[in-house]
Ligand binder design. Structure first.
Ligand SMILES: [Mg+2]
Length: 121
């Protein structure tokens, strides 16, 4: 089964994303900030990380940088989530190592197509 780590400080968004991903046959785990996500990636690297930008403790951007510096058996794909107002972040996130991005609020079809682009659907 494909695995996805949903990283977002909003419990509601994690819940929505989990629901969508489970209908797409992903095994889902959740993290509330980048630090928690990095720890989970080191314990068991998921196939893909769905990554929020604004989070306490460690932001999505800080997570991307840290992920590039830790030694993992393989690199997870990273789909970065942004809002209309955060559209300027896309270029920076891609440069920092994100593979794709999805605009919030996302629906099942949008998320499925992004996962397909990164080779996971
Ligand atoms: Mg957030």
């Amino acid at each position: 089964m494909k695995t996805c780590l949903v990283v977002d400080d909003s419990k509601v968004i994690r819940k929505v994303a989990r629901h969508i991903l489970e209908t797409l046959d992903f095994q889902v785990s959740e993290a509330g900030d980048g630090r928690d996500a990095l720890d989970q990636c080191q314990a068991a690297t998921p196939d893909v990380v769905l990554l929020d930008w604004n989070m306490p403790v460690m932001t999505g951007m800080e997570f991307l940088k840290a992920l590039g510096e830790v030694d993992l058996p393989r690199r997870p794909k990273v789909v970065f989530c942004t809002t209309e107002s955060g559209i300027g972040h896309i270029k920076a996130a891609i440069e920092a190592g994100a593979d794709e991005y999805v605009m919030k609020p996302f629906d099942r079809d949008t998320l499925a197509s992004k996962l397909q682009i990164v080779g996971l659907a």
